[in-house]
Design a protein around this ligand. Structure first.
Ligand code: GDP
Ligand code: MG
Length: 440
């Protein structure tokens, strides 16, 4: 990945006081190579490299950062910018029912994404959602959507293969209005390639339905082809956004980098797994971190430097890196560090993509941190070093000592275990590589 490529260049930048035309040349060549390997479209690479060059040259390197770190920071920011900067929300501010029209080639993930989106809208936005299929061509396409509706609990509007798509849509809209539904997701037929008849059909549906969102669904694994298809659809249809599917199969992220720039349309959702909860809002920042393969490590380091002296930060990073021998003493010390760094959640947000789930599960706030510290303070040094000593009677003693229930102690211990696991994950996920890269 990009970080690996950059790590070699970092060494040559060591000792430079500022980034200059000549000392960043190698680095930029590596960035270019990494982007080519990731199957990013050429015009996008050109723009991207030029932006980085302009921002990097003459960039003062702060005392606390190496020039290598500074350059990674710039690359990171530019990655975010080229993917649209901020997260882009769905627009559902219309008189209901709001229509979401799904467009894209066959196999892109339209039907699956329709189901996932229904689930997401019901769970996250408390919407009453109906699914309807206009795919009268592909065998069992309607049944596929019906099954997804059943699995998610969304309403399903039945259609038949001998109906015309426009006819299905009109009937579905009548039903949705009558039953006061909030959102109607219209799944459509795709073709294997761009095809005039398909474009005409979906354009007709678009004019009929006046969707508030017309989402182009595209398979990230298609790389540059994904981008060319996106361009063709964007030219033919008033798209409002993109759903990039199968990101779980493409760690390189080439399509994610190109699509926004080429079509001008924001990526609104990312498909990250086959299962029904494998869809999430697209965060350019997280994707940028993923492409760099490092989470927002730079931010993490900066925060650590701000919060404490260099040594303490390094010690924390080292602990986090190893995950081995991590005990409740370290856990308690981490709480201290976290408080300085703006809380656990702020810190977890900056960790790599795959850890955000764990972060959400933990959802730790300051108050809980304080209570947790209280609990750990009531333990003996031996217990802190060896948490497996904590059987029922010891837990009762600690509970009495810190004024909490035994359940709360169990919760803390579960959290400790989860943190320890996360550290192992970070370790596997290339934390050590990353440290080398950043230190340069
Ligand atoms: P459609 O022809 O555009 O409706 O595509 P489908 O929704 O039928 O999806 C085609 C295949 O891609 C199915 O096997 C899906 O399970 C799979 N798929 C869709 N989205 C994702 C995703 O985000 N990740 C993974 N791994 N598979 C996906
Ligand atoms: Mg389909």
């Amino acid at each position: 990945n990009l970080t690996e490529r950059l790590s070699g260049v970092m060494k040559t930048l060591r000792g430079e006081a500022r980034l200059t035309e000549s000392n960043i040349q190698d680095a930029l060549r590596e960035v270019r190579m990494a982007l080519l390997e990731a199957d990013v479209a050429l015009p996008v690479i050109k723009v991207f490299i030029e932006q980085i060059r302009q921002r990097a040259i003459g960039h003062e390197v702060l005392d606390s950062l190496s020039p290598g770190q500074a350059l990674i920071g710039i690359v990171h920011q530019e990655l975010i910018a080229i993917m649209g900067g901020e997260k882009n929300e769905l627009n559902l501010n219309v008189t209901p029912p709001a229509v979401i029209l799904m467009a894209g080639l066959q196999g892109a993930g339209k039907t699956t994404s329709s189901g996932k989106l229904a689930k997401w809208l019901m769970a996250q936005k408390k919407k009453k959602v109906m699914l309807v299929s206009c795919d009268i061509y592909r065998p069992a396409a309607i049944e596929q959507l019906e099954l997804l509706a059943r699995q998610t609990g969304a309403e399903f509007f039945p259609s038949q293969t001998d109906q015309r798509p426009a006819e299905i849509c009109s009937a579905a809209m009548d039903y949705a209005r009558k039953h006061h539904l909030d959102v109607v997701i219209v799944d459509t037929a795709g073709r294997l390639g761009i095809d005039e008849a398909m474009m005409q059909e979906i354009s007709e549906l678009e004019r009929l339905l006046k969707p508030v969102e017309t989402l182009f669904v595209v398979d990230a694994m298609q790389g540059q082809d994904a981008v060319n298809t996106a361009k063709a659809f964007a030219d033919a249809l008033p798209l409002t956004g993109v759903i990039l599917t199968k990101l779980d199969g493409d760690a390189r992220g080439g399509a994610a980098l190109s699509v926004r720039h080429i079509t001008g349309k924001p990526i609104k959702f990312a498909g990250i797994a086959e299962k029904l909860d494998g869809l999430e809002p697209f965060y350019p920042e997280r994707m940028a971190s993923r492409i760099l393969g490092m989470g927002d490590v730079l931010g993490l380091i900066e925060d650590a430097q701000r919060a404490s002296d260099q040594k303490e930060a390094e010690r924390l990073m080292k602990k986090m890196k190893s995950g081995k021998g991590f005990d409740l003493n370290d856990f308690a010390q981490q709480f201290q560090q976290m408080k300085k760094m703006g809380g656990m959640n702020a810190m977890l947000e900056k960790m790599p993509h795959q850890l955000t789930q764990a972060a959400q599960n933990m959802n730790v706030d300051e108050k809980i941190i304080n209570r947790s510290e209280g609990i750990i303070n009531s333990m003996t040094p031996q217990e802190r070093a060896k948490p497996e000593l904590l059987k029922a009677s010891r837990k009762r003693r600690i509970a009495a000592g810190s004024g909490v229930s035994v359940q709360e102690i169990n919760r803390l211990l579960a959290q400790f275990e989860q943190t320890r696991k996360m550290m192992k994950m970070m370790n596997k996920g290339g934390m050590s590589k990353m440290m080398r890269a950043v230190k340069g």
